[in-house]
Design a binder for this molecule. Sequence first.
Ligand code: NAX
Length: 326
Amino acid sequence: TSEPLKVAVTGAAGQIGYSLLFRLASGALGDRPIELRLLEIEPALKSLEGVVMELDDCAFPTLAGVEIGADAEKIFDGVNLALLVGARPRGPGMERGDLLSANGAIFTAQGKALNAVAADDVRIGVTGNPANTNALIAMTNAPDIPRERFSALTRLDHNRAISQLAAKTGAKVTDIKKMTIWGNHSATQYPDLFHAEVNGQNAAEAVGDQAWLENDFIPTVAKRGAAIIEARGSSSAASAASATIDAARDWLHGSAADDWVSMAVVSHGEYDVPEGLISSFPVTTSGGDWSIVEGLEIDEFSRARIDASTAELADERNAVTELGLI
Ligand code: NAX
């Protein structure tokens, strides 16, 4: 365990990076020393140098080294964990197809580079949007890496749902278990209270208010990103970094015994989610691997919402297939 964990972060000079790097370096993934490999585009490298100066100035005992650059094959060389945060945001006048092509170019190249040079045990978490489809593009362009090593981040949505439910019921966040986000990390996502628990009681029953669940809880969680932009003037960053850490830590070290987490991972057809889509599910993790929690009963209300979100993912997959990205 003295060998440092090599962790790549892309988009490291961005706002999520500014929070994420310091958490990683200060030991959020454990006591094992960590080596950071930071990928940016050329024009952002100067600013990234400043962030590295600040990392140096923290004198973190767990930080074994930092390397920065714009060449994915150099930065990803031997990495055990890759956190793909950098992506192209939607600019003025940009159509959905333009956005998918711009990100497609990034995630095809990064998928190929990971395929060529990452460590055999690499795990890849995608935060950059559209996260599920970016993960699908990277996965498809990395044929030698098992598909199960790719995931997209829905942990922020999961944490938001826990926080909203805790506020509604007066419970502590630690009293809430088995939260699930289904589907796409987008406004169609489905945060599910029918399998969640508050102090061991079914959450939908504990709330006892279907109107709140439908008209308040679900849209508040699904549109939280937009509400943050409206209030803060820029998109969620520290909370996104925190969720990226939660997801990576649980993936590497395992989820709690009496609980599960939400991760967007490749479907093998579970819960009738079309095979090959990267969709959010309830998962448990152990020994660096995840497995989807099976056998949950899905009623009509939940079925319709899961189907709507996975239909959106299927549309995105069709669009990137037509663009020749996968
Ligand atoms: P910023 O625009 O602050 O930072 C993005 C960084 O990525 C920039 O520094 C840019 O130079 C870099 N970049 C662009 N192309 C790159 C490439 N090819 N290789 C390496 N770096 C590249 O965005 P930030 O607020 O940090 O958000 C990053 C991404 O996370 C965005 O796509 C954003 O939409 C997404 N989010 C995802 C969330 C989730 O829950 N999955 C929530 C938060 C966030 O909205």
